[in-house]
Design a protein around this ligand. Structure first.
Ligand SMILES: [Fe+2]
Length: 297
């Protein structure tokens, strides 16, 4: 067993790639055509079918449902996970619905980043929790995309986009040796967290967050590997996550709904959620676990 800490260096390839992906103001291609708006009641069957086939549903509602109806929609997919983090309680409704609003300036504090105007680094949801505590699905609904920020010379910036990077393609970009290390390496924590790379239903699944400038403490069972071998594997993983071209992104409009399978995609957010007077970005989020996922080992 070997243990250590990964701390990024400015010269690491992913640092420049990350800033190009998340902070350049580029408009990324949409993962797919958004289907024409439908009443909320009709969205469920499509959601389940698409999530099962490729891990993503992207649709539009002709009206945004009240919280009760959105929660009922979420319950058709599985068990809703309560929002227990004290840091987010001001934004929680009915214990399970998180209101993601851009109310903080750009910050390095990970617990505030979802509520900030800056970028959110790529991650799988709940990577620091045991598998049973990680959501299988994240459902997001847009109430207000926020007004785009305008530069001094009158140019409209692209509003914040939710970036999606397929785990299978990140896995594909790694060498067999890097995969072997990540399959037996996990965060060093009191919780019994899964390895950074594992298999679910025959697919490669990552449990991993880009910690940015913070240290990632890890422990590894990689035979014969040194601390620097493991850190190099993390460096390769981060480069593969941010080098993914073309990365896709959800462009939010009032009524857009995205359901993301947390075992198919890393997600993150570009910067650009600056709120203008009279308008702020507002998404509602549910996290859902499924019996199948909970039973996984
Ligand atoms: Fe997230």
């Amino acid at each position: 067993m070997v243990q250590g800490a990964f701390v990024e260096r400015d010269s690491d390839p992913h640092v420049a790639l990350r800033s190009s992906l998340l902070d350049s103001g580029r408009r990324l291609p949409s993962p797919r055509e958004t289907v024409p708006p439908v009443p909320p009641g009709e969205v469920v069957a499509d959601t389940v079918r698409q999530l099962d086939s490729d891990g993503l549903f992207l649709g539009a509602l002709d009206t945004t449902p009240v919280d009760d109806d959105f929660i009922a929609l979420g319950k058709t997919l599985g068990e809703l996970i309560p929002e227990t983090d004290p840091a987010v309680q001001d934004h929680v409704s009915q214990e399970v619905l998180l209101n993601l609003v851009s109310v903080h300036p750009e910050t390095d504090d990970a617990s505030l980043q979802p509520f900030a105007t800056g970028a959110l680094t790529l991650h799988s949801e709940g990577s620091g929790r045991p598998v049973a505590g990680q959501p299988r699905y994240i459902v997001l609904m847009c109430c207000d995309p926020g007004k785009p920020a305008v530069t001094a010379d009158g140019r409209e910036l692209v509003p914040a986009q939710t970036v999606l990077v397929p785990m299978a393609e990140v896995h594909e970009a790694l060498t067999p040796a890097e995969r072997d290390i990540l399959r037996v390496t996990r965060y060093r924590t009191d919780q019994s967290v899964p390895t950074v790379l594992r298999e679910v239903d025959g697919r490669p699944v990552f449990s991993f967050r880009d910690f940015g400038t913070a240290a990632l403490h890890w422990v590894s069972d990689a035979r014969g590997a040194t601390e620097s071998d493991v850190n190099d594997a993390f460096r390769a993983l981060l480069a593969a996550m941010y080098a993914h071209e073309p990365a896709r992104a959800v462009h939010w409009a009032h009524g857009t709904v995205a359901a993301i399978d947390n075992t198919y995609f890393f997600h993150g957010r570009t910067s650009g959620a600056a709120h203008q007077p009279g308008s702020r970005r507002h998404l509602k989020r549910l996290r859902i676990r499924t019996a199948r996922h909970t039973g996984e080992r």
